[in-house]
Design a protein around this ligand. Structure first.
Ligand SMILES: NC(=O)c1ccc[n+]([C@@H]2O[C@H](COP(=O)([O-])OP(=O)(O)OC[C@H]3O[C@@H](n4cnc5c(N)ncnc54)[C@H](O)[C@@H]3O)[C@@H](O)[C@H]2O)c1
Length: 255
């Protein structure tokens, strides 16, 4: 990818949950290249540390934080360290997510259901709960909720996952209205099929066939959308849903 950094996030501090690999890592690279100081918050300390080195070598500013998004104490400790390191927070990307075992409702074990909800849904709630007070202290900020095209579709084999992605988008709208008076913008991002480790072992031919552009997206293509929503360029946008899906959602609506 050709990067032409122009400081679109200059002066901002951004926390990206699940920032160690996949789309979160692409966002961390791009946000840092655009001038943000980036907190890469993930359970994968090894990958997060490697990415911090890469960003630092490229002239950016990033730090790794061990964060389990499903654990409120982990959020508390991460935010405390982040404020000590960077002085505050301007942008939260609630990106960490897991897919769980593919199954319909009847076939989903309660433990699997709870595990997916804990990371994708409760993790996103906890992220906002901890970030909003910090954003308020800075006079406002932006939250990007990473949902999915599957938030809007009946996907028989992903009962828990698609439920959480609808919840994440719903939470974005709730927060957008709750905090509009605090100058905090909250939007949801809806990727289609994106080429990351999350889907490396999944059968995806049917999704590609249903995607008008006929291919997977690249993590960088989602990162640019996250960058826009995180930046002041999106200053009049809150409560919106942005699809980065090669036309998947549009085709679904018009079939
Ligand atoms: N790849 C796709 O096709 C696709 C499509 C739509 C939406 N999404 C969503 O995009 C987001 C990123 O997905 P990806 O494809 O980059 O996945 P990925 O598996 O490559 O990356 C997810 C990251 O989240 C981290 N993570 C997992 N559990 C965590 C936890 N409890 N606490 C903190 N970090 C945790 C992982 O360590 C990993 O670094 C997810 O929310 C996913 O649901 C992905």
């Amino acid at each position: 990818m050709t990067q032409r950094p122009s400081g679109r996030l200059a002066g901002k501090v951004a926390l990206i949950s699940g920032g160690a690999r996949g789309m979160g890592a692409a966002e961390a690279r791009l946000f840092a290249a655009e001038g943000a100081r980036v907190a890469i918050a993930d359970v994968r300390d090894d990958l997060a540390a490697e990415l911090v080195q890469e960003i630092t070598r490229a002239g950016g500013v990033a730090r790794a934080y061990h964060l389990d998004v499903s654990d409120p104490d982990s959020w508390g400790a991460t935010c405390e360290r982040l404020v000590a390191d960077f002085g505050g927070l301007d942008v939260l990307v609630n990106n960490a997510g897991i897919s769980g075992s593919p199954a319909d409702i009847v076939g989903t074990a309660l433990e699997d259901w709870q595990a997916v909800l804990a990371v994708n849904q409760t993790g996103s709630f906890l992220g906002m709960k901890h970030a909003v007070p910090l954003l308020r202290e800075r006079g406002g900020g932006a939250i990007v909720q990473v949902s999915s095209t599957f938030a809007k579709r009946g996907v028989p084999e992903l009962a828990a996952y698609s439920t959480t992605k609808a919840a994440v988008a719903g939470l974005a709208k709730n927060a957008a209205m709750s905090y509009v008076g605090d100058n905090i913008r909250v939007n949801s991002l809806h990727p289609g099929l994106i080429d990351t480790p999350l889907v490396a072992d999944s059968p995806v031919d049917a999704i590609i066939a249903a995607t008008p552009m006929g291919r997977r997206g690249r993590p960088e293509e989602v990162a640019y959308a996250a960058l826009f929503l995180a930046s002041d360029e999106a200053s009049f946008i809150t409560g919106a849903e942005l699809f980065v899906d090669g036309g998947f959602d549009c085709k679904g609506q018009n079939l």
